[in-house]
Design a protein around this ligand. Structure first.
Ligand code: FES
Length: 154
């Protein structure tokens, strides 16, 4: 059995400890906001937070995160939306939307450690792929959310 916390709730999985976190979340916990894109750690569609850091859930065997705190897109905010989610709406970021949960999780993790990232900081931190090419809007939304987090006017 592997035990850790997902979105504030304890979970206990009777799965092979080599099972990727992505599949434990999607198939065992029905948290399908975390997406399967490449399964190879390259696209970032599966990005979640593990102990506050953005990680690619397809590359994390559950046996390696015993006792950790995992947050998925479903747990990012339970009320009016995280500032990043609000900025995503305000800047009309998504196109097809498939990669966006992972993008939002990566952006939230970046802003948690740097609320005023430069374009270079954003490019370094957000290596997720978007086949619709929404990158300019993603940058604008991260800047927008940063201003909200810093308490500055929009
Ligand atoms: Fe995990 Fe692409 S599905 S990085």
């Amino acid at each position: 059995m592997t035990s850790f916390t997902v979105n504030g709730q304890p979970v206990h999985y009777r799965l092979d400890p080599r099972t990727p976190l992505l599949w434990a979340l999607r198939d065992a916990s029905n948290l399908t906001g975390t997406k399967y894109g490449c399964g190879m750690g390259q696209c970032g569609a599966c990005t979640v937070h593990i102990d506050g850091l953005a990680r690619r859930a397809c590359q994390v065997p559950i046996g390696t995160i015993e006792g950790a705190f995992v947050t998925t897109i479903e747990g990012l905010s339970r009320d009016r939306g995280h500032p990043v989610q609000q900025a995503w709406v305000a800047e009309a970021v998504p196109q097809c939307g498939f990669c966006q949960p992972g993008m939002i999780m990566a952006a939230a993790a970046l802003l948690e450690r740097n609320a005023n990232p430069s374009d270079a900081d954003i490019d370094a931190a957000i290596t997720n792929l978007c086949r619709c090419g929404t990158y300019p809007r993603i940058r604008r939304a991260i800047a927008h959310a940063g201003r909200v987090i810093r308490g500055e006017p929009l």
